[in-house]
Design a protein around this ligand. Structure first.
Ligand SMILES: C[S@@+](CC[C@H](N)C(=O)[O-])C[C@H]1O[C@@H](n2cnc3c(N)ncnc32)[C@H](O)[C@@H]1O
Length: 207
């Protein structure tokens, strides 16, 4: 599964961003898409936020509008270098999300967008455990990612996108109850909201 377009979209940020902008139309545009998981959360400017799997800083920039202390983390040196150029006011760490180089209870908010669908089941669970560990008590994990559409009209678009750009792990995520997994790990008040005919999910859960 996936085509050469996947590699190209990772190599050329303009291609990745163009595809994201088209996908964002399903929820009302780029800004709404980038802030979907945290727009209505109360975020103190002094709170510490982590943008997990930050890519080239696409959501990091919007997090910085809400908090002065934003850390972007990604496993890809190329992404980290781009994020540093695009959003220089954040702090960046090159590391794996399943092995976070932070003390317990370091962050008030952990955010991740369009990334968990890249993880196999074991890695996904490790990441959820790690996020739970680095959140402060009462801190929130807010994510946006793919979901199985509830409106059939959204299936052709999502299936085409997944065929062109995604791998097995993205299809597996459509079968995964993320909120349920988080509850099993110990998160509380796990809540899932669906957007774009159910093809996108926002999940929020508290430590
Ligand atoms: C599809 S991009 C999403 C980027 C950005 N968050 C966004 O909303 O556009 C997925 C990102 O996750 C990163 N990534 C994949 N597996 C990772 C892992 N195990 N640990 C940290 N980053 C990872 C990739 O390098 C890539 O930058």
């Amino acid at each position: 599964m996936a085509t050469i377009l996947r590699d190209l979209s990772y190599r050329y940020q303009w291609l990745y961003d163009s595809i994201s902008r088209v996908a964002a139309l399903t929820v009302g545009g780029e800004k709404r898409f980038r802030t979907l998981a945290f727009a209505d959360l109360e975020i103190d400017p002094d709170s510490k936020a982590l943008d997990l799997c930050c890519g080239c800083g696409q959501a990091t920039a919007f997090l910085l509008e809400r908090s002065r202390h934003v850390t972007g983390l990604d496993a890809s040196p190329r992404s980290i270098a781009s994020a540093q150029r695009n959003v220089p006011d954040a702090t960046y760490v090159e590391a794996f999300a399943q092995d976070l180089p932070f003390e317990d209870a370091s962050f008030d908010l952990v955010h991740t967008s369009a990334a968990l669908h890249e993880m196999d089941r074991d890695t996904l669970k490790k990441i959820l455990w790690e996020v739970h560990r680095v959140l402060k008590p009462g801190g929130v994990f807010a994510l946006v990612d793919l979901h199985r559409p509830t409106n059939p009209i959204f299936w052709p678009g999502l299936a085409t996108f997944m065929w062109l750009f995604e791998t097995e792990t993205a299809w597996k995520l459509l079968e995964t109850d993320l909120a349920g997994l988080m509850a099993a790990i110990g998160f509380s008040s796990c809540d899932r909201q669906l957007h774009a005919g159910g093809s996108l999910q926002v999940v929020r859960a508290y430590r």
